[in-house]
Ligand binder design. Structure first.
Ligand code: HEM
Length: 228
């Protein structure tokens, strides 16, 4: 207990917590993307996948609780770290930091907060399904009777250009957030060498670009009539 408290109250302990929870959240983002891309394999594929997840209630709830814990810890540790750094930082550095920092670094707070509000909307939209009454009446018309039609719910949702635009904007900011986060993780764990310092930012950018392209492809395909 004492060791945990010591870890939490130190700046490096908080940095590790931000990095570890960030990695776990990144794992979810990649896994969720792979699941969502089954939209392109047809309604029965994604509907069967969603049904499989819902059938496994216990592991699903364990994953959900883990996800919520990571999300809360990631935010709380970041906020307390920022507070600690501000209290310790000399004034002159604060004045210069905007000149030196890259856009992904400077927008971490904005991108993080936008992703947070996006997740709240997204849960109301597709998980709790309270934003659109039509979602309650979608039915699987293919081979899977008595299974909730996630495919047609997503298509109906993204046929609204404003909602699609909000999703694309939010996943763009998520990608920006990840781009900086991924390259910082190695630094935090003390694994950065001269060589990796050169390729890590590029690896972070490539991974984030793939995540952005994957997520944005779904609303874009619906708006273009490819998914209907
Ligand atoms: C095109 C983009 C996306 C689509 C089409 C999509 C689709 C969905 C759907 C259909 C569900 C409900 C699943 C069900 O109850 O059967 C869901 C849940 C969820 N999504 Fe997404 N999603 C997208 C992007 C994201 C992003 C970028 C994040 C995170 C930053 C995210 C986080 C979540 C979370 C946390 C849940 C709740 C999971 C649960 O309750 O088990 N989603 N998503």
């Amino acid at each position: 207990m004492n060791l945990l408290l010591k870890f939490w109250s130190s700046s490096i302990g908080k940095k590790w917590l931000v990095a570890l929870t960030g990695l776990a959240l990144l794992g979810f983002v990649v896994a969720h993307l792979v699941g969502n891309l089954q939209m392109f394999a047809g309604a029965s594929k994604i509907n069967a996948y969603a049904e499989f997840l819902h059938q496994n209630e216990k592991p699903l709830w364990i994953a959900r609780i883990g996800l919520i814990a990571c999300f809360v810890l990631h935010i709380v540790a970041t906020l307390t770290l920022v507070k600690m750094n501000r209290a310790a930082r000399p004034q002159s550095y604060a004045l210069n930091r905007h000149v030196q920092a890259k856009i992904s670094t400077r927008t971490m707070a904005f991108s993080g907060l936008t992703v947070l509000s996006f997740v709240v909307f997204h849960l109301l939209h597709y998980t709790l399904r309270v934003t659109d009454p039509r979602f309650r009446t979608v039915e699987e018309k293919g081979e899977l009777q008595n299974v909730f039609d996630v495919y047609h719910m997503v298509v109906l949702g993204f046929q609204n250009p404003l909602i699609s635009a909000f999703y694309i904007f939010s996943v763009g900011l998520l990608a920006l957030h990840l781009s900086h986060g991924v390259s910082s993780v190695f630094q935090t764990f003390g694994l950065e060498s001269k060589r990796s310092a050169q390729w890590m930012p590029t690896a972070g950018k490539i991974l984030s670009a793939l995540i952005f392209a994957g997520y944005a492809s779904i609303p874009t395909a619906v708006l273009m009539g490819v998914l209907k």
